[in-house]
Design a protein around this ligand. Structure first.
Ligand SMILES: [Zn+2]
Length: 263
């Protein structure tokens, strides 16, 4: 399931390959995944790409003129950049560029492609909370966030996209494991020291996952598979401590917990 590191990998790949190029053709398979009527979307999504930015788990292509094209890989997506005649026939979305290349998203589940006008941008931008890789995400900032939701479970807080943008089910388990914190604990029970450890773990795990091109379900445009290996999420034995991992449930969520580090 793509989260911040996978979206960042996609953003880096698009920045490397499409900035300065013009989108001349747009194809898609699921009109429901667009935020505008298809004809209007296709018209507006054409243009020269000026910059690429990630916001939480989405990637925005800023187009010459006044709009941006927001792409979200949903729960799953294969992405690639190939000559236009090599796009997989059932691709969810295809952007054809003026140099004959094409970017595609394939096998996409629950993803979307939205066109956001200049006027709508501030609202769209503000829908996501602070980026955990932003300099402003300091231990003090996390302490403030944790203090604002005293009765919430820490894992739920980390996954609330309106508060912190980009962390989902997988990386929340990973950062809580690295910080040695039980996922169902209420925010009010965390000590200052634990909040500091958590902030550090968030930065370290996400940075490391970005450096490795995300997790194993992610492939960059050269076909390289993401190298990040989960320590606890989806496992029965902790990769780091070689101790049993339990799957727990609380408040409609599940989490993987290492008996040694978070017992
Ligand atoms: Zn462990």
């Amino acid at each position: 399931m793509p989260e911040l590191p996978e979206a960042e990998t996609l953003a880096l790949e698009l920045r490397r390959t499409v900035v300065g190029k013009r989108i001349v053709e747009v194809r898609f398979r699921e009109p429901k995944a667009l935020n505008l009527p298809p004809d209007e979307f296709v018209q507006k999504a054409k243009g020269r790409v000026e910059k690429v930015q990630r916001r939480a788990k989405a990637v925005a292509l800023f187009l010459e003129g006044d709009g941006s094209l927001w792409l979200h890989m949903g729960l799953r997506s294969d992405v690639g950049k190939v000559p236009r005649n090599e796009v997989p026939p059932k691709a969810f979305l295809t952007l054809v560029f003026d140099d004959g290349s094409a970017f595609y998203m394939d096998k996409t589940f629950m993803g979307y492609a939205h066109f956001v006008s200049k006027e709508e941008l501030p609202v769209r931008w503000a829908e996501s909370g602070i980026d955990p890789l932003d300099e402003a995400f300091t231990p003090g900032k996390l302490k403030e966030i944790v203090a604002s939701k005293p009765s919430q479970a820490i894992k739920s807080l980390l996954m609330d996209q309106s508060i912190i943008g980009g962390i989902g089910n997988i990386y929340s388990d990973e950062v809580l494991h690295a910080a040695g914190i039980y996922p169902a604990r209420k925010c009010s029970t965390l000590s200052d020291e634990e909040v500091k450890r958590l902030q550090r773990a968030i930065r370290e795990i996400l940075t490391s996952a970005v450096d490795q091109g995300g997790g194993p379900e992610m492939r960059d445009f050269r076909g390289k598979v993401g190298g990040y290996k989960e320590a606890v999420h989806g496992r029965e034995v902790c990769l780091e401590h070689d101790s049993p991992v339990k799957k727990i449930s609380f408040g409609g969520r599940t989490a993987y917990v290492c008996e040694k580090a978070q017992g």
